[in-house]
Ligand binder design. Structure first.
Ligand SMILES: CC(C)(COP(=O)(O)OP(=O)(O)OC[C@H]1O[C@@H](n2cnc3c(N)ncnc32)[C@H](O)[C@@H]1OP(=O)(O)O)[C@@H](O)C(=O)NCCC(=O)NCCS
Length: 175
């Protein structure tokens, strides 16, 4: 029997939960920042979190989701409407995270597809140039939805690959 993977809207009460997981997310990314100032721990042993994290709960064109697998919290997805490409988009995967324990087991794919099912339309994912694992992940996932436009941006806004693809709404189940 396959285990259930879910993407559920995060309430404002869940904001500290996402902030906790965001620590793990930034820690993962800090590996790519070995030659940059960012990614250091503060004196409290924590990473600095983005100032705009709260906007995912307040702005109409943003959404925060908790990702669950077999009832366990396994990550988060933060969606916004920012197109790094400058082209029309409905949703951009601002941040997406699966805890290490559950990686390479298809959980990220199932969770992202749960997110896409809730938010069909034109999507973009921008991937940090050094994040080769995530690039492989998004390439495969985007291709499973159809044609993918792959860009390689060198702009002040983004330095790295951007994938554009369309997620069709799920057909309603016939009774
Ligand atoms: C990227 C991430 C979401 C992938 O989650 P996951 O649950 O491990 O993904 P899946 O198991 O569904 O992977 C599906 C496929 O994607 C590709 N893939 C995933 N992670 C990969 C990696 N580290 N290296 C190479 N390919 C990878 C593989 O093709 C994989 O299939 P396989 O395991 O049969 O080879 C997860 O590693 C993560 O949260 N990383 C840290 C945060 C991050 O980089 N987020 C993305 C920001 S753009």
């Amino acid at each position: 029997m396959s285990l259930k993977t879910e993407a559920v809207l995060a309430t404002t009460a869940d904001q500290p939960v996402v902030a906790n997981m965001f620590q793990l997310y930034v820690h993962d990314f800090s590996e790519f920042w070995f030659d940059q100032a960012r990614g250091e721990l503060g004196s409290d042993g924590l990473h600095e979190l983005p100032d705009n994290l709260g906007s995912y709960w307040t702005d109409a064109d943003r959404a925060a989701l908790l990702l669950k697998h077999d009832g366990h919290l396994v990550g988060f997805a933060l969606l916004n409407g920012h197109a790094h490409s400058g082209q029309p988009v409905d949703w951009n995967m601002g941040e997406f995270f699966i805890v290490r324990k559950h990686r390479r087991a298809g959980v990220g794919t199932a969770a992202a597809n749960e997110v896409f099912a809730r938010y069909p339309g034109r999507w973009e994912t921008a991937v940090a140039r050094r994040n080769l694992g995530a690039l492989a992940f998004w390439r495969r996932l985007a291709a499973s939805h159809g044609e993918v436009e792959a860009l390689d941006l060198h702009t002040p806004d983004w330095n790295g690959p951007v994938l554009r693809f369309t997620v069709m709404p799920k057909a309603p189940r016939s009774s």
